[in-house]
Design a protein around this ligand. Structure first.
Ligand code: ZN
Length: 375
């Protein structure tokens, strides 16, 4: 039996004015559906202690379309996906992972909705220049590579800069895509100074030009905050900031892709620290929050790419004191906890340590121990 994996690919699309208007209609109807059924579900619970699930909502939607015939102008798959998302928001709330679902307000810029591929409603033209989307029809697309499998769903996105993208979830047989790796085992420490450090001392720094962009973003954002909201200068500046955001996120994205591919090809085993990303994003300093986002993205890229290359990513529990433990004699030195300490000497065995390399070595041996204790 074939196993499948799901990968996401994002492409720029170029809808014409009519297609843009149609996308906006679906986005507006999705927002209406979300708000309408959020209200209905809340009411059912408050007044009758009755829980209204996805199926009940989807069934009710048939009748709602008779009451509001303009809903027929929207992509019906997208409306169903919206109901599924609402169901998921409720499930997250019930589990205690999220707060109560909120109403969606109309955004002044950008849009986003997901639609499912049913009876080939989403497909690529033979010459790879167009994508067929429900309601929009054939839309111009820039494909950087062939779509490698069956398209499951598509998310249509308009970024605040005004550009349109489609993000496709593609189903691929894992036997088709499994690639080889070079069989190395490594420990990796994610850092602030360097992006990552391996146990053999390899350090990979954040790309320098990113700092330039990020500093520029801080400046431009400050300028924006001083302008009169709604004025034409403010609008121009807002677009400038949005474009800068996009540039930074694209550059980051490329960097993360390059590095995760490199590691997935190199390693059969890669051990990393299980980071508490949610806890870290509470830190409001911009540079810090950007790297937090990159780390969680990087880890999810590593996860699927290593699986693709037949390797394994092992997460070492966070409470394991990787930076404070001497990897040679196992002595724990709590003084090294301070981030400012880059190098230290073990008082027990007198070994000299680079803080991050020592941590990466510990992460590797902890990962190897964990792996063998499960096997
Ligand atoms: Zn020691």
């Amino acid at each position: 039996m074939d196993e499948y994996i799901y990968l996401r690919y994002q492409y720029r699309i170029y809808p014409n004015d009519l297609q843009k208007a149609k996308a906006q209609i679906t986005a507006d109807c999705c927002r209406f559906i979300h708000n309408y059924y959020l209200n209905l579900r809340s009411l059912a619970w408050r007044t009758q202690h009755r829980s209204m699930n996805y199926n009940a909502c989807a069934n009710d939607l048939k009748y709602l379309k008779l009451v509001y015939p303009w809903l027929a102008q929207a992509d019906s798959m997208a409306l169903q996906e919206e109901l599924k998302d609402l169901q998921r928001s409720f499930e997250n709330f019930w589990r205690g992972d999220a707060s109560y679902p909120l109403y969606h307000a109309k955004k002044s810029t950008g849009l986003s909705f997901r639609t499912r591929n049913q009876s080939d409603g989403i497909r690529i033209s033979a010459d790879n220049r167009y994508i067929h989307l429900p309601k929009l029809g054939w839309t111009k697309i820039r494909l950087s590579r062939q779509v490698p499998g069956i398209i499951e769903n598509a998310t249509l996105i308009q970024k605040p800069s005004g550009k349109y993208f489609v993000s496709l979830t593609v189903k691929i047989a894992s036997s088709v895509v499994t690639k080889r790796n070079d069989g190395n085992e490594h420990g990796l420490d994610l850092g602030l100074k360097s992006f990552y450090i391996l146990d053999d001392g390899t350090k990979k720094d954040n790309p320098k030009y990113l700092y330039r962009y990020e500093n520029k973003l801080v400046r431009e954002q400050r300028r924006l905050s001083r302008m009169k909201k709604g004025s034409s200068n403010w609008r121009k500046q807002k677009l400038k900031v949005a474009r800068l955001h996009e540039k930074i996120s694209n550059t980051r994205h490329d960097f993360l892709h390059k590095e995760s591919t490199y590691l997935a090809r190199k390693c059969s085993l890669l051990c990393i620290e299980d980071l508490n990303i949610a806890g870290m994003t509470k830190n409001h300093r911009l540079a810090r929050s950007i790297s937090d986002v990159s780390w969680s993205k990087f880890i999810s890229m590593l996860e699927y790419k290593m699986a693709l290359h037949g390797g394994m990513l092992v997460k070492v529990p966070r409470f394991y004191a990787s930076t404070q433990t001497c990897h040679i004699c196992g002595h724990k030195e709590p003084k090294t906890k301070a981030l400012s300490i880059r190098k230290w000497t073990c008082p027990e065995c007198k070994a000299m340590h680079d803080r991050d390399v020592n941590a990466a070595i510990n992460i590797l041996s902890k990962g190897q121990t964990l792996l063998h204790s499960v096997a």
